[in-house]
Design a protein. Structure first.
Length: 385
């Protein structure tokens, strides 16, 4: 009897150890095993994805507190950055979803304006405006490199090139700050003294948009205007630069493509096309290799030919583009759906149940789709070519 009792005790302890080990593995955010596929741990069922020609590459659980929720996702370089509603940041590798770092990014409640990745031959850093400070962050470890006090309010995310930072102030000026010592070099403003809503910085020129509908280009190292384009209403940032083309939306209900052309070596602008929508726009366009995607309030997501500016198709319940692959667009829609569109045939192919997805990020760099929920489950899926 004593031997039987000891055997049962050993068996019970062994089972408890195995359960604890499994629980620990889940807490670390590892991918669920295929045998767990029918459980509630999955953000989207792998079997459902397989039927839709999609493959789950990884799923992770972010190390955030139970009362904390995931607020925003960013895809920058080779990382995915997840920011909680208490400003806790988790960085994951795009390839496998491994956690590269997790740490407080800003004090809870502090506004975080933008997160941009700047890279050149000498520098690789994340840039953000946090609580009235320009913050430069190591993208590998999430540690702060430099913090510079800004003596004015900021209206849009900062931009930079190899020599300068460009900050749009509530004083209706664009302040140009030297990157090496953070001393202001100069400031500029629109002639009508309108508020700046977006800045794009390059080595060849800088462009900013305003709430009066102006798009103004200047030289990057001196307050010399190169050209100006005027829409009828406010520019909805950010302006998207694609080579020598600029794409932007305006509250005048139009989306514009303006190209930078050179005459006698001097840059000027050329309106290539203007596409009118049926509502006032409040989001910037998504620009890919051949298509411009625009969310139109109460109308859904519209696809526009990048070259001609002609209408291609519309998903009435569409909200945003998640990714493109092999001539297909993957659109996140209302009521928890992923809608797959054939771009060439302008045809809706099928939809997938995304009922548990409440957070996502548009990815125009490759075909991977990044989705999440408020609790901190994040997944990466990819179309099977």
């Amino acid at each position: 009897m004593l031997k039987k009792l000891r055997c049962r005790l050993v068996l019970l302890v062994s089972l408890l150890v195995l359960c604890a080990a499994a629980s620990g593995a889940a807490a670390e955010g590892g991918s669920p095993s295929p045998s767990e596929g029918r459980g509630s741990r999955w953000l989207v069922s792998p079997e459902l994805l397989e039927h839709a020609g999609l493959k789950l590459l990884w799923q992770k659980e972010l190390p955030i507190k139970k009362k904390e929720s995931l607020e925003r996702l960013f895809v920058l370089g080779n990382r995915v950055y997840a920011l909680s509603d208490r400003n806790y940041m988790v960085s994951l590798s795009k390839e496998k979803g491994d956690v590269m770092f997790s740490r407080p990014f800003a004090p809870p409640g502090f506004p975080v304006l933008g997160l941009e990745l700047y890279e050149d031959e000498l520098v690789s850093e994340l840039i953000s405006i946090i609580g009235g400070r320009l913050i430069e962050i190591n993208p590998e470890f999430g540690t702060e490199r430099k913090s510079t006090r800004v003596e004015f309010g900021i209206t849009c995310p900062a931009a930079r090139n190899s020599s300068y930072f460009y900050l749009a102030g509530t004083d209706r000026r664009m302040h140009t700050i030297r990157a090496e010592d953070k001393v202001q070099a100069f400031e500029v403003a629109a002639e009508n003294d309108s508020m700046i809503t977006s800045i794009v910085a390059g080595e060849d020129f800088v462009v900013f948009g305003t709430d009066a509908g102006n798009v103004i280009s200047i030289t990057p190292d001196w307050p010399k205007q190169l050209w100006q384009f005027d829409a009828a209403d406010s520019i909805i940032g950010p302006i998207v630069r694609d080579g020598e083309s600029l794409f932007f939306a305006s509250k005048d209900t139009n989306i514009y493509r303006v190209d930078v052309v050179y005459r006698a070596g001097i840059p000027t602008r050329k309106l290539v096309w203007k596409y009118q929508t049926a509502a006032v726009l409040d989001k910037a366009p998504r620009v890919t290799r051949e298509i411009v995607y625009q969310y139109v309030r109460y109308k859904g997501l519209e696809a526009i030919d990048k070259k001609s500016g002609k209408f291609m198709w519309q998903v009435p319940e569409g909200v945003d583009l998640l990714a493109e692959s092999a001539g297909k667009a993957y659109v996140i829609a209302k009521k928890g759906e992923l809608v797959v569109m054939d771009n060439k045939k302008a045809k809706r192919l099928y939809s997938v149940n995304f009922a548990r997805v409440s957070r996502y990020v548009a990815n125009v760099a490759d075909s991977r789709i990044y989705i999440a929920d408020k609790a901190g489950r994040i997944a990466c899926i990819k179309p099977v070519e």
